[in-house]
Write a protein that binds this ligand. Structure first.
Ligand code: PLP
Length: 420
């Protein structure tokens, strides 16, 4: 079947045998929209909508401050962290929900730098990492001075060579597991092991992994990780992020954002800081209760599926979409910028085209929401929980029409907006 032309019938057949097709009923997706951007902002789960209402109208509106106890607001970071732990292969007590990825990177990088030998000052990362990851290291470098922190970023294919050559100077290897542009997946187990052999601690950014690909953080002996609440976990715009710290490190870590929520006993109002002995030491200030309640409810989506089922469908979807794109002569100007083989990429596909921005806008006007990533990438995200193969078929049909009619050349599709 790999070389035959795919048709709508093939899409329908794949949908029939889809074991997790029922999950779509848990979402509220506007009719007429094909949403290929769940990797940037997950759509609205019905449970999340109900939770938003409840937390605002009932918990805040009626129960007021008593809700900290009555509705366990105070435990939300732990409750949500425990749910996320199950999705990323982490035993309990190692994951907590808080702040944003950026802020959590600061906490973890600072912790890792001071945990590892003081003679090591390098944070090794990848040049095409998501910029905030690199910026946070730059900020720490300025703050701590180069003797304590120095960013070294290289191309993806040079990571192992850098570990070989400069392993003794490197404190932390900080990588994004699934590249945000291309979807390339790093081999977490191999790189973590290689880093450890050189005495290097490893920090993984799971922004495009959590909820999309199976992860085994404990089994891979990962030291630290961060991840996102609003992408594949569907927690809503600006949903809080999460921190993972391996159990063995937690007693030895002192993170620098020592706010009262990370204190062992916040409500003793002790003038001296004493860190919580567990993962709660990564908390700083008051949790964002409304957002975290919404994320908590959104995680219901993952309750009765396993990550292998999600991954199987994801691989089938990127494969199907890739073949549809390749079989159409009108789409040959779009070049695949993701790994060719589905197992080497996450749940997304990137195509380059000089007019990628305008193509994206023209697609949105046709009800197909994808996104553009500078300079020339048209990015399609395939969240397995709410997409069907037939919708993928429809979206490629629409893209074909846009290319054939050159609609994307219209001026209205060439106006740059603030958020792309
Ligand atoms: C989306 C994303 C972020 C976002 O960071 P925030 O601080 O939550 O805004 C960080 N890193 C990667 C790799 C991402 O894809």
């Amino acid at each position: 079947m790999q070389n035959e032309t795919l048709s709508r019938n093939d899409a329908q057949a794949l949908d029939k045998s889809d074991e997790i097709a029922h999950l779509i009923e848990m979402f509220e997706i506007p009719s007429g929209i094909i949403y290929l951007d769940g990797n940037s902002l997950g759509p609205l789960p019905i449970s999340a909508k109900k939770a938003a209402r409840d937390v605002v109208e009932k918990q805040w509106g009626e129960d007021l401050i008593t809700s900290w106890n009555k509705h366990a607001w105070i435990d939300l970071p732990t409750i949500v962290g425990t749910k996320i732990a199950k999705l990323i292969g982490a035993k309990e007590g190692q994951v907590i929900c808080c702040d944003s990825i950026s802020v959590n990177l600061f906490k973890l990088l600072a912790s890792a730098l001071s945990l590892n030998s003081s003679k090591r000052n390098i944070v090794l990362s990848q040049q095409d990492n998501f910029p905030t990851d690199l910026y946070m290291v730059e900020g720490l470098q300025q703050f701590l001075g180069e003797q304590r922190c120095q960013l070294l970023s290289c191309d993806a294919q040079d990571i192992e060579a850098q570990l070989e050559a400069r392993g003794h100077e490197i404190s932390v290897l900080m990588l994004t597991h699934v590249n945000f542009r291309s979807g390339f997946i790093h081999d977490m187990q191999t790189l973590t092991k290689l880093a450890h052999e050189k005495g290097v601690l490893v920090l993984w950014d799971l922004a495009h992994s959590a909820g999309a690909v199976p992860l085994e953080l404990d089994e891979c002996e990962v030291d630290f990780a961060v991840g996102c609440g609003y992408k594949y976990l569907n927690g809503g715009p600006g949903a809080p992020a999460f921190v993972y710290a391996a159990e063995k490190h937690i007693p030895h870590i002192s993170q620098p954002l020592t706010g009262w929520m990370g204190h062992a006993n916040p409500f003793t109002f002790d003038p001296n800081y004493k860190a919580d002995p567990g993962i709660k030491k990564f908390l700083s200030g008051t949790p964002s209760v409304i957002s975290m309640s919404v994320l908590n409810a959104a995680l219901d989506i993952f309750e009765n599926v396993n990550m292998q089922q999600i991954r199987e469908k994801s691989v089938a979807m990127t494969n199907f979409f890739q073949r549809l794109m390749a079989q159409s002569s009108s789409l040959k100007e779009l070049k695949l910028a993701s790994p060719e083989t589905p197992v080497n990429r996450g749940s997304q596909l990137a195509y380059t085209h000089p007019q990628a921005y305008a193509l994206c806008q023209a697609l949105i006007a046709q009800g197909v929401i994808a996104d553009f990533r500078a300079p020339d990438v048209l990015r399609f995200g395939f969240s397995p929980s709410f997409l069907s193969f037939e919708l993928l078929f429809d979206s490629v049909e629409k893209l074909k029409v846009i290319m054939q009619t050159e609609q994307y050349k219209l001026p209205e599709f060439n106006q740059k907006q603030a958020v792309t």
